[in-house]
Design a protein around this ligand. Structure first.
Ligand code: ARG
Length: 460
């Protein structure tokens, strides 16, 4: 047992209590942030005349040597310490003696842990954003190459109207772009420094909180010292954004699993991203997509867990808040792993374009266009809908498609049909005519692709 607070106790802590209370096994994750925060803190203390220059130099040198030794594997983060803060402080005192005992002047572990978690989360927000950007690059490359790759679009998982691969991927581009915007937004809101809040009521030392905030790259200090140590909103917002990213990845995964199925065969997942079966030799399974879909649950779980932890807490700090870490770290790692794997999977995935086009040609995906054809000839839409409905029934009965019927057969249902019907309901026409902003027509699509390209280049 190695703790910072033995003074007012007359008995040793029970070992089970100590272990239950300790957080070092997981808060060692932000060891580097803890030291970074301490260096900023002592730099400010010296500038304010609270520490001497010599004390500051000695503390910073000591802290840097601890980091060097841990990074080089010469010093292990020993789990006998209660938390990462105690580990660093104890090691510092070992190395530099009395000056080390001044590190914690004007600081509490409450504002210290609030700072460490914020610094670590801020980094995670950036790393997640970079991975999302890589995914968007891959999506956009596929979009650029496939504005005329036809495929069926679905509603209710039933073939509805023809679209293109560029258009389908474009939908996901929008989702992941919004995910990035959410992260930017969260970053802006969370980028204030809680250090200097002390236990919850500030301190009587003349701390310069603006200066520490500036040293650590924050936009300023937080403005209420109670809130500073009690706020985990930023983490809840981030977990919510992560849950949304997973929801998007999971929907996409689900589609890839369907497209990769024996019945569809729209895509073939690369061998490097597939796995086999121990019993069925023919199997090539889309495990990565399934795992991404499956891991969505634990990220949702992290969000629910922290929301529930926070819901009944009186101000200010409560030990309950230590529970923010394991679930949040797990969610952060999970989402980053999923983004890396998913991006790799779709970068290497092959499209079976003929099968996709063929599938778009059957299933009456041109029925809406056939109705529009009649509308253009003066038939009111509701009547046209009825006529084409009867035509579809006729085709189902004869196991054929609208475009395979002879003009005579078509005329039997409505004498408005002429030879130009065939061109009007061809797959190419059905797609190319959809030219409104956001629609799959290649001209409209190319304009959207141009906007996305600019967005990725300028990173706005
Ligand atoms: N391990 C604690 C946490 O994660 C650090 C803060 C401890 N503060 C305290 N008053 N016991 O929240």
């Amino acid at each position: 047992m190695a703790q910072l607070w033995g003074g007012r106790f007359t008995k040793e802590t029970d070992q089970l209590v100590y272990d239950f209370n300790a957080s070092i096994t997981f808060d060692k994750t932000f060891f580097h942030q803890d030291v970074e925060g301490s260096i900023a803190h002592v730099t400010m203390l010296a500038r304010q005349g609270i520490l001497t220059e010599d004390e500051k130099e000695s503390i910073i040198a000591g802290l840097n040597s601890i980091v060097e030794d841990v990074d080089a594997g010469k010093l292990e983060i020993d789990t006998k310490y209660e938390d990462i803060h105690s580990f660093v402080e104890a090691n510092l005192i070992d190395r530099i003696g009395d000056a080390g005992k001044k590190l914690h002047t004007g600081r509490s572990r409450n504002d210290q842990v609030a700072l460490d978690m914020r610094l670590y989360t801020r980094l995670q927000v950036q790393e997640t954003d970079e991975l999302l950007k890589e995914l968007l690059e891959v999506l956009l490359a596929v979009m650029e190459a496939n504005t005329e790759t036809y495929m069926p679009g679905f509603t209710h998982l039933q073939k509805a109207q023809p679209t293109t691969l560029a258009h389908h991927y474009g939908a996901y581009f929008e989702m992941f772009k919004r995910d990035r915007q959410r992260l930017k937004d969260i970053y802006k809101r969370m980028n204030y420094c809680p250090l200097g809040a002390g236990a919850f009521a500030g301190t009587t030392y003349p701390l310069d909180r603006d200066y520490t905030a500036q040293l650590l790259g924050f936009d300023g200090p937080t403005l209420n010292s109670m809130d500073s140590v009690a706020d985990r909103d930023y983490l809840i917002e981030f977990l919510s954004a992560l849950a949304t990213i997973m929801m998007h990845l999971s929907r996409f995964s689900e589609e890839i699993i369907i497209w990769n199925s024996n019945e569809y065969q729209f895509v073939e997942i690369d061998d490097a991203y597939s796995t086999g079966s121990s019993i069925m030799p023919q199997k090539k399974n889309p495990d990565i997509a399934e795992l991404v879909r499956g891991k969505t649950g634990r990220v949702y779980g992290a969000l629910m867990s922290l929301l529930t932890t926070m819901k009944g807490l009186p101000l200010a700090y409560n030990k309950d808040m230590q529970e923010d870490k394991e679930v949040a770290f797990d969610a952060m790692d999970t989402v980053k792993d999923c983004l890396v794997l998913f991006t790799g999977m779709i970068r290497t995935m092959r499209f079976r374009k003929e099968r996709m086009a063929k599938s778009a040609m059957n299933g009456f995906t041109n029925a809406t266009d056939a109705a529009d054809y009649l509308v253009n000839k003066g038939v009111p839409f509701r009547d046209a809908h009825g006529i084409i409905g009867r035509l579809v029934l006729y085709c189902i009965d004869k196991a054929t498609s609208i475009d395979a019927l002879s003009l005579a057969e078509l005329k039997e249902i409505s004498d408005i049909f002429e030879e130009d019907i065939y061109d009007a309901i061809s797959l190419k026409t059905c797609v190319e005519k959809r030219l409104t902003v956001g629609a799959p027509g290649p001209e409209a699509m190319n304009e959207v692709i141009r906007i996305h390209r600019e967005y990725l280049t300028k990173d706005i």
